[in-house]
Design a protein around this ligand. Structure first.
Ligand code: ADP
Length: 456
């Protein structure tokens, strides 16, 4: 301001001096006035230039000026640059927040005060079938037309969620989505959606499981109660009495097996994963399978004209199969279970082949093949479900609980092994257990297994 004023005075002084030199006192006054006007017009032109630039809004073409107008232009440029940087920073932060919301495994939709979609992530778009770009600013009420959601939105009570069917839902693969609105700010709301299909399935499985357990226990219990009532009310001779008591014992044994298998399952679920500290010879496991299999076969086919035909691995070959790491009782129960299933479902006279094969990758396969009734393909994937039975009466007749393969699968999972089932209806089935190399050790020729153990 000081320089501007000094410059103006100097300008007038120069005009006045020129006028004085030309025409004395009157000349000086005229010279000063003319100089002031020239200064004023030049200043106006500079101001108009700065204004024209401001109106154009093109910050890159700032006029280069000096003095007060120059400072004004420069300060304006600096301010605009600062604002731009701040806006860029906010934009970056917004993009980061949106990227985080985009990465969310749940659906996120931002709604304005009118319930219109301002933004949604890809998960929400997939779950609701939105087009993230084209459906922006469309009302959520028109896009999500499920009656449950309409009622939920109309009630305006968002304290709980509402479960809807996902857009990708098909009869064979249902998808269920939990949706909840969370109001915030000036009437805006955040809509969160979550895939609860697995949760609902687990809940349905739990309900089925409880219903199945109740059914499995209630049936023998009802029969047992009937016998008790008979014993209490009817005068029976000693033979009849003993026959009734036998039947009661059978029912009690059935209940006991179900409870025992349930306890085994819950124990398996609750216990820590077996390590590789305990080794059992494969030979021991397989010989036990043979003893148990033959005994069960003898029991079931005792009144039949023909017995089962068996094929077991040679004990000599098994001694070379080495040892397996895990809980011996669990491994034994899983392998024996497959053998006992083959015995129970294969009619007398049928052939059962048990094998142990080493794999080139260091793993091994235990397999049980039978010439029993086989299993239709639609049942195969469900055999390891709890209480799933293809042949209910055969299962019960032979003391099955429907939990055997569920226990086998659990034990194998815990030991890093897998179960493969191959079956042809009317021809027979093969149950294969694949053990990983990490759970097996074999004697190296010339060394003992203890030496191998030391190197592990
Ligand atoms: P269960 O106690 O009923 O035998 P499992 O879980 O051991 O229960 O087996 C489930 C079902 O799988 C059985 O009910 C039976 O229908 C079928 N199954 C199992 N093993 C065989 C087999 N070797 N041959 C034919 N069907 C089998």
């Amino acid at each position: 301001m000081f320089w501007r004023f000094s410059f103006f005075l100097a300008w007038q002084l120069a005009g006045g001096s020129l006028g004085w030199w030309q025409a004395g006192a009157w000349g000086a006054a005229l010279g000063a006035a003319v100089a002031a006007w020239i200064w004023f017009i030049l200043d106006m032109l500079r101001g108009a230039r700065a204004l024209r630039w401001l109106r154009s809004g093109d910050m890159a073409k700032a006029p280069s000026m000096s003095g007060m107008w120059g400072e004004g232009v420069e300060r304006t440029c600096r301010l605009v640059r600062q604002q731009e940087e701040r806006a860029k920073e906010s934009q970056n932060r917004l993009q980061e927040i949106l990227a985080a919301l985009q990465a969310s495994p749940n659906g996120v939709v931002l709604l304005d005060s009118q319930g219109r979609i301002e933004w949604c992530n890809e998960m929400a778009a997939a779950q609701f079938g939105f087009d993230a770009r084209n459906d922006a600013m469309q009302s959520i009420r028109y896009l999500v037309r499920d009656p449950e959601f309409s009622a939920y939105y109309a009630a305006q009570d968002f304290s709980s969620d509402v479960v809807l069917e996902g857009r990708a839902s098909t009869p064979s693969r249902p998808v269920r989505i939990s949706v909840q609105l969370h109001p915030y700010g000036n009437g805006r709301s955040l809509l969160l959606s979550r895939d609860v299909t697995a949760l609902e399935q687990a809940e349905a499985m739990r309900r089925d499981f409880v219903a199945n357990v109740s059914h499995e226990i209630r049936t023998p219990l009802t029969v047992l109660m009937g016998f008790v009532e008979t014993l209490q009310t009817l005068p029976l001779n000693p033979q009849e009495r003993s026959r009734y008591l036998d039947m009661m014992a059978q029912q009690a044994a059935r209940m006991q097996s179900v409870v025992q298998d349930l306890l085994t399952l819950s124990r398996l679920e609750g216990s820590p994963l077996p390590g590789t500290g305990e080794w059992t010879p494969v030979q021991t496991l397989l010989q036990r399978c043979e003893v148990e299999g033959r005994a069960l076969s003898g029991l079931l086919a005792r009144n039949q004209p023909r017995q089962h035909e068996w094929e077991f691995p040679e004990p000599a070959g098994l001694s070379a199969a080495g040892e397996i790491a895990g809980v011996p009782a669990e491994l034994q129960s899983a392998l024996s279970n497959l053998v006992s299933n083959a015995v129970r479902y294969t009619p007398a006279g049928g052939r059962i082949v048990v094998r142990w094969q080493d794999l080139p990758d260091g793993g091994a396969v235990f397999s049980v093949s039978d010439t029993g009734p086989g299993i239709a393909p639609e049942h195969v994937p469900r055999l390891t479900e709890r209480f799933y039975r293809v042949d209910r009466s055969r299962s019960r007749e032979t003391g099955g609980t429907g939990l055997g393969l569920a226990i086998v699968k659990h034990v194998l999972q815990r030991h890093g092994a897998t179960l493969e089932i191959e079956s042809v209806l009317g021809k027979g089935s093969t149950f294969r257990v694949r053990f990983p190399a990490s759970r097996l050790r074999r004697p190296v020729p010339g060394t003992s297994l203890n030496a191998v153990a030391a190197s592990h």
